[in-house]
Ligand binder design. Structure first.
Ligand SMILES: *Cc1c(COP(=O)(O)O)cnc(C)c1O
Length: 360
């Protein structure tokens, strides 16, 4: 068996210990004689799996008692619709456009009401985060929406926006559980799990309890209404059972690693290895303005397409896979989520140094 260092933006690397537990428990979960894939979501085993997963998530993140944690089918994109349908009471919402995912969420919200783009960094290919200290927030805005870590462009908010008392809704997909989250600052904090948590197919939505009501937009599908799932403990219909189980194992793994403060420290160290090298390299350049650099997604270029392609081909050959950048930025992108070992980043930097020597 030989495993690669997978720098994909998502689906992405999983902790090896978690995959081993999955393998060990694949045919017979805890004496049930079944795989988790095969068992009823109403069984006593699954009941314990989902309860434990939620309890561990709450402990890990420090979720306040007045917030619900929902495990919902569908990716982050499903929430682009659910959020306006549940929150747009005045039919006004303010969006900050810092990349493709924020833009897509905004475009989706426009179907349901007056969704306004109140700031954007599109003028410089989303390579920075706009000043969010004094935004033209609408008096009747139902919420202010951000994408806190921009997976494609490799930026993150250094500070949360001043929403002038309005609810803050944040997509944290590509930074989920990579550092502590102060849940009390958000009305909703949510993310698809396939970037930094578990297998694809699910989002975790952390939502303040008073926002879960029957007062939703007319025509809201039963399954997109948060109250439906909140009342049923995320078990209204068949949930993504296997994904919930694997996420639960990842929560335990993260607790074992020392929790989110410890992960933040490790992630800062890993990112620094790469950024420090980029800052002194004559060949490779980071594409993001320094104060806004993501700890998770690191885009870089040589400025020469041919050289980029040569680098991508050679890294792939050497077992560093999925390092090709998103087509809208070009070049390369190394996604270094929680499960990427420090050694993977060290070896990549070594490879880049060697490549620069040979081709410089
Ligand atoms: C990947 C991603 C999405 C879309 O996720 P899906 O699960 O594919 O719907 C949304 N937001 C961010 C920040 C992402 O990285």
């Amino acid at each position: 068996m030989s495993r690669v260092y997978n720098f994909s933006a998502g689906p992405a690397m999983m902790p090896e210990e978690v995959l081993k537990t999955c393998a060990e428990e694949m045919l017979d979960y805890h004496g049930s004689g079944q795989s988790v894939m095969e068992m009823s979501h109403r069984s006593k085993w699954f009941d314990e799996i989902i309860r434990t997963a939620e309890a561990d998530f709450r402990k890990l993140v420090g979720v306040p008692d007045n917030y619900k944690v929902l495990f919902l089918q569908g990716g982050a994109w499903t929430q682009f619709s659910a959020i306006p349908m549940n929150l747009m009471k005045n039919k006004v919402a303010d969006y900050i456009i810092t990349g493709q995912w924020a833009k897509k969420a905004w475009q989706e919200a426009k179907k349901y009401g007056n969704a306004k783009a109140i700031a954007s960094s599109e003028d410089k290919t989303f390579s920075y985060i706009p000043d969010v200290s004094d935004l033209p927030i609408d008096d009747d805005a139902d919420y202010v929406y951000i994408c806190q870590n921009n997976t494609i462009y490799g930026t993150r908010y250094p500070e949360l926006p001043d929403t002038k008392g309005k609810l803050l809704v944040s997509d944290v997909s590509s930074m989920f559980l990579s550092e502590p989250h102060d849940v009390s600052k958000y009305g909703i904090m949510y993310g698809g799990v396939q970037k930094n948590v578990g297998p694809a197919g699910m989002s975790i939505v952390v939502i303040r309890e008073d926002l879960i009501t029957d007062d939703v937009l007319e025509g809201t599908p039963t399954l997109l209404k948060y109250k439906t799932q909140a009342d049923a403990g995320s078990l209204f219909n068949t949930p993504p059972c296997y994904t919930i189980y694997v996420c639960g194992l990842v929560f335990k793994w993260l607790l074992g690693q020392g929790g989110l403060e410890a992960m933040k420290k490790k992630n800062e160290e890993k990112a620094a290895l790469l950024y420090n090298y980029l800052d002194q390299s004559k060949m490779f350049k980071g594409t993001v303005e320094k104060p806004y650099r993501s700890l998770m997604n690191v885009p870089f270029v040589t400025g020469n397409d041919e050289l980029d392609n040569k680098f991508i081909a050679e890294t792939t050959e050497a077992g560093f896979v999925n390092i090709k950048g998103h087509r809208s930025v070009g070049g390369m992108r190394a996604s270094i989520y929680n499960a990427m070992p420090r050694e993977g980043v060290e070896k990549l930097v070594q490879f880049m140094e060697d490549f620069e020597k040979k081709n410089g």
